[in-house]
Design a protein around this ligand. Sequence first.
Ligand SMILES: [Zn+2]
Length: 349
Amino acid sequence: MSTLTPFQRVTAAIELKEPDYVPVVPMITYTAAQLTGIQFSEALYSAEKMAKALIAGYKSAGYDGIYVGWESSFNLMAEAMGCKLQIQPNSIAFVKDQVVKEPSDLDKIEVADPEKDGRLPIHLKAIELVREKIGKDVPIFKYVPGPLTLASVLRGQDQLLMELIRNPDAVHDILKPASESSKRYGVATVEHGADIAVVADPIASSSVISPTMFDQFAFSPIKNVLESISDVGGIPSLHICGNTIPILERMVDTGTRIIELDYQVDLAFAKDMIGENVCIQGNIDPVGVLLNEKPSDVEKKAKECIEKSAKGGGFILSSGCEIPLNAPFENVKAMVSAAKKYGQYPISV
Ligand SMILES: [Zn+2]
């Protein structure tokens, strides 16, 4: 029998304690569209449709928290800062026109106002609608774009990666409005009701840049955004995709309360290295397993994650990254039932 609310279960994990069983919060946003008949592109412009699908996902699988969102937080923010998006009926939007084509275009960037610019207000409204419907017992997670990745979307990824080496000053210049926009949005998400604001910075991954570059360009901006989230009473979380083993300890140094790990990171290794300092969340392969395998494979992977990382508490079972649009919901349900089946505390393995 579960005795805790999802909010209490997740909070216990964040406080590095053992709840009744391992909380399970898959990274699901648009995947829930399949349950409602709502087209992916419809909810891009409608807080009501977005909230409806997200709540349908939660009710169908019964996980312990809801990620409010519908698309890449980077595209969403880049649009609010002046980039043009290519929106397609049933797949993820992409930026078709960078704002900063030359370093001299920097003046064209405006720090985003989350209450006004682009579709940011739709996302803030969706947080409120989900909260109204589900009450306070289920925590709301919200992605906030990490500054370095946001800078790469504003400038163009190849260009930015080159400038990390050739023109660091230009990168620092573009990081300023990117960081300020992320910070304002992070604060706004908490003010509109998000409990956990997750700064996602995939370019900061050791799969993309060196740990030295992480320190030089990603660490301080991330830390500043996380601190602003904390200052307004939000719980800061940090998501970096791919291999993050070389920067795990630096990720803890940012002051985050949760670290979301992708499937490339061995959870037993991470638990040993940082498990006493921070709550770990992860890390079933979203494409290799959740999109392409069967519920029985998902169950096996979930059991493995629990065995590697749940002992002693401080663990949230999840996907390694956002679950793809067409992943079968039966796989999501299999992940949730595995948390209840294998994750009862105390864990004996
Ligand atoms: Zn990711």
